[in-house]
Write a protein that binds this ligand. Structure first.
Ligand SMILES: Nc1ncnc2c1ncn2[C@@H]1O[C@H](COP(=O)(O)OP(=O)(O)OP(=O)(O)O)[C@@H](O)[C@H]1O
Ligand SMILES: [Mg+2]
Length: 465
């Protein structure tokens, strides 16, 4: 972002510059002193576990020009030279983010939300658009009430397009973030059972995600997954232009063929404006085809060069834990999908597993799916049945909830089932049960740390790609 003076920053924060040079300029903004650049601004957030005000001394010694605080430092407590006092640092951060967005006109702002695949779609899209424009994107998974304003504050002056991932854990959050971003294009990838805790039903989740469409300007473009009935319903909340994608015959970008596999990546063919496009991804699974299609639809909405964009998308690798494939000795393949899990994400991976034909067995290492609220028991039992239907011959169930999955899987005919309390235990014993030619998928919620299993099996080995 352009540099602003401390007095402008105080104004953007809705606070008072209680000390420091009002003319001094800052251009970088952090909430973690370890990320401070000399001459930058530090927002001292009061979190549940840590209080940023404790790090004012650290901010000072790392050269922060200014700290935004809601409590002034005590007499003698080291702190940056500049201090802006606000009532609420979190609100100040949000208002600065919104202020930056207002000041940066003339760019294309793209906001993306959905239950699954946001980060992957964002990476595919940002890489695709970079074929013809300077693109700023959400770094990693910086998608919440902190990450979104920080992403806005980090937007370079000369970026032409900004792609932001928005996430939520309750009603009203997407509306707040979307207002902050004020997107020219809003994308809703899908509505699924994920992060369910704060919600009663899928309709309820859909309504919260649909806030994106509800707050978009009428001249903004909605990118709509036409295969998802919840997304279709939510799309009615936007009256302006739209681009649709899916298998649905009415979709503007319509999938006509998917070669669904883990390795060497999914192939998708889709039709758009009387032409057919074939995309050979480096990322596996049918869901990757839909993520790429969502990204392609957004390129169309942005008026980008579709052909060049697709060429760029073909170069995108699976991010760590999001479907990365490793080759193990003995012709074994390991799919590392340990970043996260949810019923829809697991179902998608099991679908690919079902049609895979390894020379050995299909092996699933399944960790608990967390944050599912009162549906968690039923959803884990269902997952066990799906594993059996996918032809899993060896199941490692990890965690308390997955015990139910282990039981239904056993009853549904999975011949060998083991249960472990945690991923550390599973990681210690799994190697001895594997055989030549096995195809092993490892998946679980973030909190289950299923990557321990992957590390135990891949230590010192190269990725396939
Ligand atoms: N379109 C999709 N449908 C179902 N599952 C998907 C889809 N895309 C990705 N997944 C699954 O979700 C996992 C996480 O992908 P990704 O990080 O892109 O999602 P996200 O929506 O950004 O997640 P988060 O809510 O944690 O930010 C992937 O490893 C994959 O298993
Ligand atoms: Mg994400």
């Amino acid at each position: 972002m352009p540099e602003i003076s401390l007095s402008e920053l105080a104004q953007a924060c809705g606070g008072d510059l209680v000390r420091g040079n009002p003319e001094q300029r800052v251009g970088t903004f952090v909430i973690d002193t370890r990320r401070l650049e000399r001459g930058g601004a530090f927002f001292a957030l009061q979190g549940e576990r840590t209080d940023g005000h404790r790090f004012l001394g650290d901010a000072s010694s790392r050269g922060a020009a200014v700290a935004v605080v809601q409590r002034l430092p005590e007499e003698g407590q080291p702190a940056p030279e500049g201090l802006i006092r606000v009532e609420d640092v979190l609100a100040a951060l949000a208002s600065c983010g919104a202020g930056v967005r207002r000041s940066l006109q003339g760019k294309k702002w793209i906001a993306m939300t959905g239950s699954n695949g946001k980060t992957t779609t964002k990476e595919l899209l940002a890489t695709a658009l970079a074929a013809g424009a300077r693109v700023h994107r959400t770094p990693g998974n910086f998608n919440n009430h902190l990450g979104v304003p920080l992403t806005l504050l980090a937007c370079p002056d000369d970026a032409e397009v900004a792609v932001l991932e928005l996430a939520m854990s309750g009603h009203g959050e997407i509306a707040r973030l979307a207002r902050m971003v004020d997107p020219d294009i809003g994308v809703l990838t899908n509505v699924r059972a994920a992060h369910l805790q704060a919600f009663d039903s899928l309709d309820d989740i859909a309504a919260a995600k649909g806030e994106l469409f509800a707050v978009m300007r009428p001249d903004a473009t909605a990118v709509i997954n036409l295969d998802d009935s919840h997304v279709r319903v939510q799309a009615a909340r936007h009256v302006g232009p739209r681009v649709t994608f899916g298998q649905n015959p009415a979709a503007d970008l319509r999938v006509t063929e998917i070669q669904n596999r883990f390795y060497p990546g999914t192939v998708m063919v889709f039709a758009h404006a009387n032409r057919s496009y074939r995309v050979k991804l480096r990322i596996g699974g049918a869901h990757s085809a839909f993520n790429a299609l969502a990204a392609a639809a957004t390129v169309v909405a942005a008026g980008g060069d579709l052909e060049r964009s697709l060429e760029r998308m073909e170069q995108v690798d699976a991010a760590p834990g999001r479907g990365r494939v490793h080759r193990l000795p003995g012709g074994m393949l390991l799919v590392d999908d340990t970043y996260n899990s949810s019923p829809a994400a697991l179902a998608s991976v099991l679908d690919t597993l079902r049609i895979s034909q390894p020379s050995g067995r299909k092996v699933l290492v399944m960790g608990d799916m967390l944050e599912l609220g009162r549906m968690e028991g039923a959803l884990h039992r269902e997952a066990g049945k799906r594993a059996a239907a996918a032809g899993v011959k060896l199941l490692f169930a990890v965690g308390q909830l997955s015990r139910a999955a282990a039981e239904t899987a056993r009853r549904a005919g999975v011949p060998e089932v083991h249960h472990h309390a945690d991923s550390k235990k599973a990681a210690e014993s799994i190697a001895e049960f594997l055989k030549e030619g096995d195809l092993i998928v490892v998946k679980g919620s973030r909190g289950m740390r299923m990557e321990r299993v992957v590390h135990a099996l891949t230590a010192g080995r190269e990725d396939v790609h």
